[in-house]
Ligand binder design. Structure first.
Ligand code: PEP
Length: 251
């Protein structure tokens, strides 16, 4: 049984004051983590404080990116070792904004995936798909290649704990998600690729999320799909009220 998962991605938003307000807003309203796993991925500067704040709450904390070396002369980068020592549980890797704006390649994403596992955290690996690729019938090739590349060199033991998100960039931040059938198609494709790379047992354990304009009004329909284990949410995770509505809407 895969536990459903709702993950917020705050991107480069929030201030110390609004983080504190969010935490106060959700503090006593989170569900049992055995029923649904909830996490917020936040800018690096807030992480240590958020980990301390949530020590007694069923909420996990994730980073939005990290470097693939643990330490050294890499000015401005965030060490996965430091994130792990700060108590961070997850790291989002390969988000379409990082692939596009910061020119992250599949090879870099793979090195980061290995670094996150090496430091005893779990990656949330994002697989992008542009509208151009969809229109050119290139989705299958594109999504499959990203999954294969991201998991290169990852042991079976680690792979079964990976979280992989289907995040078509054409549905991110626009207000309208992909259709439930398109979402299922993308998530199924990811699970089948994991089965091809490893086996059916591991594919059955890996959690596959959908991301792109998920909000309280549409989460239910999306979560009904068989290969969708949860959602990665940007805008609708920024306010406590909306985050709580996402969680309570989960079937
Ligand atoms: C995201 O950036 O991962 C995302 C899913 O954003 P939004 O929910 O705002 O579309």
């Amino acid at each position: 049984m895969r536990i459903p998962m709702i993950v917020g991605n705050w991107k480069m938003n929030k201030t110390a004051a609004t983080v504190a307000k969010f935490m106060d807003g959700i503090r006593d309203n989170l569900p049992d983590s055995r029923m649904i796993e909830t996490a917020i991925c936040a800018p690096a500067l807030f992480l240590e404080r958020m980990v301390a704040h949530t020590a007694d709450m069923p909420l996990e904390i994730g980073a939005e990116n990290c470097y693939f070396e643990d330490s050294g002369a890499f000015t401005g980068e965030t060490s996965p070792m430091a994130l792990s020592q700060a108590g961070v549980d997850f790291v989002i890797l390969g988000h379409s904004e990082r692939r596009k704006i910061f020119r992250e390649t599949d090879e870099m994403v793979n090195l980061k995936v290995q670094a996150v596992f090496r430091n005893h955290m779990r990656p949330i690996i994002c697989c992008d798909e542009t509208m151009g690729q969809r229109e050119n019938n290139d989705t299958v090739h594109w999504v499959v290649a990203q999954v294969i590349e991201a998991l290169k060199g990852v042991s079976e033991e680690d792979a079964r704990t990976a979280i992989i998100a289907y995040e078509p960039s054409w549905a991110i931040g626009v207000g309208t998600p992909a259709t439930p059938d398109q979402i299922e198609e993308g998530c199924y494709l990811i699970r089948q690729t994991v089965a091809d790379v490893y086996d059916d047992t591991i594919a059955d354990e890996v959690r596959v999320l959908y991301g792109g304009s998920v909000k309280p009004a549409n989460i239910n329909e999306i979560m009904q799909k068989v290969d969708v284990d949860g959602v990665l949410v940007g805008n609708a995770s920024l306010e406590a009220q909306s985050f709580l509505e996402l969680i309570s809407n989960d079937p």
